[in-house]
Design a protein around this ligand. Structure first.
Ligand SMILES: NC(=O)c1ccc[n+]([C@@H]2O[C@H](COP(=O)([O-])OP(=O)(O)OC[C@H]3O[C@@H](n4cnc5c(N)ncnc54)[C@H](OP(=O)(O)O)[C@@H]3O)[C@@H](O)[C@H]2O)c1
Length: 291
């Protein structure tokens, strides 16, 4: 991490407003990888039990009760609430957000433009679209900033790269496609893994063994693809298949039932849902304007 970013974080501190699944994964990733000392992390959460549990699990992280206090104590604020809770969480405190605050939104379906209408008092707005794989330092995170501001870009790169792979993107289709394939990605992968596991179990392989076999197969495949960057995935697939052999019969069946179309349709459904959520959020904002 660049020294000046380290100093910025130490001076400002990172405050998580809403400490659910994703915020917790980010906090775990940042502290486990020693990217940010736990003492520089503060959090709030609506549900007190969850808030205290994280603070007791991650030594040094400070859990506080009020979002107002969070804005006073932290200069970098990560908005970790669900998109449908964002307006109600921000409305009562937005008068306290000033131009020095850096706001990082994790919310799916909330554009920077919409965020800037909700929070007009700072231009330091960033969107991160990570996955919960942050906690094992293996996430893909697409990010975008309101302005081509070196501090916001370097801050994102330095915090995100140690937790996986960071990629700066344009908002819109680029960000939304990475959101589906990579942030929602683990859920799609687990859907496959469940099929692998159950199928092995149906042949009397105990569940705990089936799980290990399944994990190793996914890990091994990803590792081979990583190490053979010069080959495309089709070449790698051909290394496993021989004509009319065991593998090729199964793969041919998958292709004949248009498996790719099925998965693409599932991705498109998620992609369109993100667009609908953007519209819903815009309508929510209009309600505030009318007040
Ligand atoms: N999960 C993912 O893999 C993923 C990936 C990419 C992006 N995202 C985005 O990340 C955000 C969080 O998702 P998540 O899965 O972490 O959701 P989550 O587990 O439901 O976490 C949201 C947390 O926000 C808390 N909260 C709600 N209103 C609050 C308020 N006014 N003040 C303080 N805390 C408040 C909730 O508290 P309670 O305990 O009371 O419910 C909850 O713990 C969403 O915007 C989502 O779109 C998630």
């Amino acid at each position: 991490m660049q020294k000046w970013i380290q100093s910025l974080i130490a001076a400002k501190k990172i405050g998580f407003l809403g400490a659910g699944n994703l915020s917790k994964s980010i906090i775990q990733g940042l502290t486990r990888a020693s990217v940010v000392p736990a003492e520089n992390i503060i959090l709030t959460n609506r549900n007190a039990e969850k808030r205290q549990k994280i603070a007791s699990e991650i030594h040094g992280v400070q859990a506080i009760t009020s979002n107002e206090e969070l804005l006073e104590k932290a200069g970098i604020i990560v908005l970790g609430v669900k998109p449908q809770d964002l307006v109600s969480a921000i409305e009562p405190i937005r008068h306290l957000i000033h131009k020095e605050h850096i706001i990082i939104s994790l919310a799916a379906g909330v554009s920077i433009e919409a965020l800037s209408k909700l929070i007009p008092t700072t231009k330091n707005l960033i969107r991160w679209m990570p996955s919960t794989a942050m906690k094992v330092q293996a996430s893909v995170t697409a990010y975008t900033t309101m302005e081509q501001n070196e501090t916001l870009i370097q801050l994102s790169e330095d915090l995100l790269n140690p937790l996986g792979l960071a990629i700066q993107v344009e908002e819109g289709e680029e960000l939304n496609s990475i959101m589906v394939a990579c942030a929602s990605g683990p859920a799609f992968i687990y859907e496959f893994m469940q099929i692998w596991e159950s199928w092995l179990e149906s042949y009397d392989i105990p569940q705990n063994i089936a799980r290990k076999l399944c994990i190793q197969t996914f890990l091994g495949s990803a590792k081979m693809a990583q190490q053979a960057a010069e080959l495309n995935l089709h070449d790698l697939q051909n290394q496993v298949m021989s004509k009319k052999g065991v593998t090729s019969v199964g793969i041919q069946h998958l292709r004949s039932v248009e498996f790719e179309d099925l998965l693409t349709a599932a991705f498109e459904k998620s992609f369109n849902r993100a667009k609908d959520m953007e519209q819903d959020f815009e309508m929510n904002l209009q309600q505030i304007d009318k007040k």
